[in-house]
Design a protein around this ligand. Structure first.
Ligand SMILES: [Zn+2]
Length: 601
């Protein structure tokens, strides 16, 4: 018999606790304390209540919970003394039928892990889709996590414990994230296309207009048609565009005015050896919403235009945001003659893809903002914040402004043995001093970030004081003014360090992008949508650039972030998200559509 939420909400405390029995291994106190917050509006709200209880319980209680778990494929499994829940999970992951060699390897990992961390390794073996990780994935994860720092790994174990509880709770309530699973599968399926050189290694790389890229576009066209979009086409720069027409408007529209359109989407190209969700989530989530509308034969008083942007990452050509830029009328004509690493011009690549490759056709893609309500974009967070907070969704307040410099410090190379410390002009030490200042300065803002991502001593030797040092600056902040102040202080410190140390610095600005604050009304719609799922509201800036940044130039925009697993790692094959989180995201997107419909009544 499955439990229902109304049943849980109205049960006596003892009965309610019995209904949640076994969610957290030998630790009923978590459910017990969370139940004090009844009634819950959703399973997501209940899950979050339990997350909060554990977060506030302190390190000792957290460690006790971790230690209450059995070892993976350990002695408890062999002697069949696991809880029913654990047996089921270890069985599903195939851990109950390991070969003697596999078992020996896992037990060796268990011993190493316990010796380093002092608690057992915990992994939600049913994985991000709830259907079970393969044994080799489990072993690879085990080996990888052995390298983590202790405090990080403790938090990671707790996150896995919450994931285990989430799946156990779903089972109790007979809840399957059906739409989330379907959208999760779409990502898996699209990831089978990868550029040569990467595909062979099982890596995902899809760069602009390669065969793999065109295969993705073809799949998206077919997928949109299957979802019930009315018109689907590939445009002059290779974007996949799907339109779901508006229904009859409830009120007569002014003379000559048609129903407006909500624009949404994200990119389907990837970085080299990237993740499956970056960009693609923002195409698939609205596709799932349209599929639901179409299945229910429902039309909204506005049209929905979903665009799979062909190019955002600037990998094959230096033409970042080419796809979304084409919609705002920003296409640099010089790009057509740019050559890729094999000498193929963009014009040739376009012609090979059957695109017109003319400025006229590309120019025609420019959208008339008056015909649009605005632009919304869903994206995987690509950072650790939501993962650390154990929150599935976050609302973006602003896409950060950024500025980049390529710099050089020139001092004087000299003998590392004979040059006294007070007579050196050490270029690397000067940059090191700057790096430490940048750390402090950005931290003082709270939400600024400053990074020296490239740092080289060209032609350096172990016994030579560095005479030159090449380095990069990447500075970002939620507003242009905050970024400018950050940049001003860092460049002033750079000059001061140079004067004091007798070092000459050169700096060359190579990129500057304005902040794209979310339009308040659109941000509010995302906020309502998140709260409606029973989730707490978390607002955050976006540290990374997104297609919404381009659309921001011509129409109001706002973004919704979805939590990424593995510390939110992105641009990496470990990028991952659960089908439960995707399901919540689809629900939030549908809620935003409903709000817009109501506003138009
Ligand atoms: Zn992206």
């Amino acid at each position: 018999m499955t439990t229902t939420l109304p049943q849980l909400n109205s049960a006596t405390p003892a009965e309610a606790l019995r209904l949640l029995d076994g969610l957290y291994e030998h630790s009923p106190w978590i459910a017990e304390q969370a139940l004090a917050q009844r009634p819950f509006v959703s399973l997501a709200a209940l899950k979050h209540a339990m997350v909060t209880v554990l977060a506030q319980a302190g390190v000792d209680a957290q460690l006790a919970l971790i230690r209450a778990h059995p070892e993976l494929a350990g002695k408890a499994m062999e002697s069949r003394s696991l809880t029913a829940e654990s047996t089921n999970e270890q069985q599903k992951a195939g851990l109950t039928n390991c070969t003697p060699e596999e078992l020996a390897h896992i037990q060796q990992l268990n011993a190493q892990y316990l010796a380093k961390f002092g608690f057992p390794f915990i992994l939600a073996v049913r994985g991000p889709r709830g259907t079970g990780l393969a044994k080799r994935e489990i072993i690879a994860t085990f080996e990888r996590r052995l390298g983590h720092p202790v405090d990080f790994e403790r938090a990671e174990c707790l996150r896995h414990i919450h994931r285990i509880a989430e799946i156990r709770l779903n089972d109790k309530f007979g809840f399957t994230p059906t739409v989330g699973n379907e959208v999760w599968d779409w990502h898996e399926d699209l990831a089978r296309h990868s550029d040569p050189g990467f595909a062979e290694r099982g890596e995902l790389t899809v760069t602009y207009l390669t065969d793999a890229h065109r295969a993705c576009a073809a799949d998206l066209v077919a997928g949109m048609k299957a979802c019930g979009f009315d018109e689907v086409h590939i445009d002059a720069v290779g974007n996949v565009v799907g339109l779901y027409r508006a229904g009859p408007h409830p009120n007569p529209l002014p003379e000559g005015e048609g129903a407006k359109t909500l624009l949404t989407g994200s990119h389907f190209d990837t970085v080299r050896n990237g993740g499956k969700y970056d960009g693609r989530l923002g195409i698939f989530v609205p596709m799932a919403c349209v599929k639901q509308l179409h299945t229910a034969s429902k039309r909204l008083p506005f049209a929905i235009e979903v665009v799979g942007f062909a190019e955002e990452e600037g990998q094959r050509y230096k033409a970042t945001f080419l796809g979304s830029g084409a919609l705002t009328g920003h296409f640099n004509p010089a790009w057509l003659d740019q050559r890729d690493a094999d000498g193929v011009t963009m014009r040739q690549a376009m012609q090979r893809a059957g695109l017109p490759a003319t400025l006229e056709a590309i120019g025609a893609l420019k959208r008339d903002p008056l015909k649009y309500l605005g632009f919304v974009e869903v994206h995987i967070e690509q950072g650790p914040v939501l993962n650390e907070l154990d929150l599935p969704l976050g609302v973006v307040t602003s896409i950060n402004a950024s500025v980049r410099h390529q710099c050089e410090a020139i001092g004087m190379a000299s003998h590392a043995g004979t040059t006294p410390m007070n007579r050196r002009r050490d270029a690397a030490s000067a940059v090191a001093e700057l790096a430490l200042f940048m750390e402090q300065r950005a931290l003082a803002d709270g939400d600024s970030v400053a990074t020296i991502g490239m740092l080289q001593v060209p032609g350096g030797s172990i016994n030579v004081v560095p005479g030159r040092c090449r380095f990069s600056l990447d500075l970002r902040a939620p507003s242009n003014a905050q970024r400018d102040a950050l940049e001003r202080d860092i460049l002033a410190r750079l000059r001061a360090i140079g004067e004091r140390r007798g070092i000459t610095f050169t700096t060359e600005e190579v990129m500057r992008a304005c902040a794209a604050p979310s339009a308040p009304a659109w941000q509010a719609r995302w906020e309502n949508a998140v709260v409606a799922q029973g989730l707490p509201l978390h607002r955050m800036p976006s540290g990374a650039g997104h297609d919404a940044m381009k659309l921001h130039e011509v129409m109001p925009q706002a973004m919704l972030f979805v939590r990424g697993l593995n510390s939110g790692i992105s641009h990496n094959p470990l990028e991952s998200t659960t089908s439960d989180d995707i399901e919540l995201c689809v629900c939030a997107f549908s809620h935003l559509l409903e709000q817009l419909s109501t506003e138009h009544r």
